[in-house]
Design a protein around this ligand. Sequence first.
Ligand code: HEC
Ligand code: HEC
Ligand code: HEC
Ligand code: HEC
Ligand code: HEC
Length: 257
Amino acid sequence: MAARLSPLLFIAALALLFAPGGASAQQSLCADCHFANAGGPNPLHLHEWDLSAHGRAGVGCEACHGGNPKTVESFLAHQTIVRGHGLENPVNRRNLPATCGRCHSGPYSEFQGSKHYLLLRNGDPAAPSCSTCHGDVAAYLLSPKGLESECNGCHGRGKKQERAEYAADARFLLQSTRDTRRLLNSARSLITRVTDAKLRASLQYDYEQAMVPLQEAAHAGHSFVFDKVEERLGVAMRRAEALTDRLANLGARAPDR
Ligand code: HEC
Ligand code: HEC
Ligand code: HEC
Ligand code: HEC
Ligand code: HEC
């Protein structure tokens, strides 16, 4: 197969395979210059980007800020970037759902159904945006306790929007999501060790059938009304348990692995 490709094409294909950041062969020059500019704006933000899932996945500065990432000329790079904190800026907290949502359509579409989104679009500064829970660029994932504190920051005792039960429910559901994910992760590592290819494929299928509703539950949480989360999570948990039972039975029947 390789022999039939022209050598140049072959090398180009290899370069694509080994390009840093995997899928994105095209490189962003924004970060290079900003990191080289010690006195430049927002050094903490650069640090967070560097350590984040975004930095690792090659999601460049232009993904959220716009601009031209292919030039080393500061003027050309920034020409189309909106300066300041106005409403036309894609990183204004009011615009973040759409800016982040270009890549994260699951959380975005659920968020659009929430009261929070409505308030945010109407310019209410008390409403949360994506950055409230995930940071500007860091892509933090809150722990269950952290999420509870976040909700309580606005809905806790004595607050204007007091609804303490929101926070407790959110914490409980996130904890269950995490537990189910952990169960499935251990199942996955067992599955890779099954030697029979057909059996392995069938177990892998069951694993994916449990992951889908789990992912949907994590996305549904962004509507902040938890009926759908509970329903999806319930399905994921039943499938995860059935898979674990299957694996346990295999272990009992074939101890010679
Ligand atoms: C050649 C160096 C260089 C390149 C390339 C570059 N920047 Fe900058 N950038 C700077 C410097 C220096 C500043 C601070 C001075 C200024 O505001 O112009 C800055 C400012 C900024 C600001 C703050 C603007 C404001 O006023 O609010 C943002 C946002 C930004 N850059 C994003 C980007 C993005 C996105 C890219 C790529 C599309 C990029 N930069 C490419 C050097 C660069
Ligand atoms: C995932 C989206 C995202 C990415 C990627 C990202 N930023 Fe930002 N950036 C933001 C958000 C959100 C803010 C906060 C804006 C605010 O509070 O008004 C911000 C703020 C800034 C600021 C402060 C000035 C301003 O316009 O508010 C600078 C400078 C900046 N970013 C530069 C960069 C550079 C350079 C990179 C690449 C290394 C980068 N950003 C990558 C989302 C991002
Ligand atoms: C250009 C596409 C793009 C944009 C725009 C973008 N992201 Fe991401 N995001 C990614 C990729 C790629 C990853 C890493 C792959 C992954 O973990 O799913 C990621 C990871 C994440 C994660 C971590 C998911 C995990 O499971 O660890 C969160 C949270 C996140 N992004 C939130 C945001 C927020 C909030 C914004 C806007 C401020 C944003 N993203 C803007 C592409 C994008
Ligand atoms: C009130 C807090 C909160 C807000 C606001 C919020 N999220 Fe989330 N987000 C979460 C929680 C909690 C999770 C689930 C984390 C987990 O599963 O460990 C999550 C998960 C995610 C993930 C990972 C989903 C996956 O596939 O595993 C992405 C991406 C994400 N959010 C993007 C966004 C975007 C985009 C916005 C704005 C439209 C947003 N979030 C607003 C709390 C929030
Ligand atoms: C930055 C502040 C803030 C955070 C954080 C926040 N909320 Fe809210 N939330 C609000 C505001 C403001 C309202 C509007 C209150 C009203 O109209 O009564 C609201 C409304 C709601 C509503 C709709 C209430 C209704 O009667 O329609 C629900 C549900 C909700 N929040 C759940 C949550 C949950 C769950 C969390 C944590 C995952 C959370 N919120 C985090 C500010 C916040």
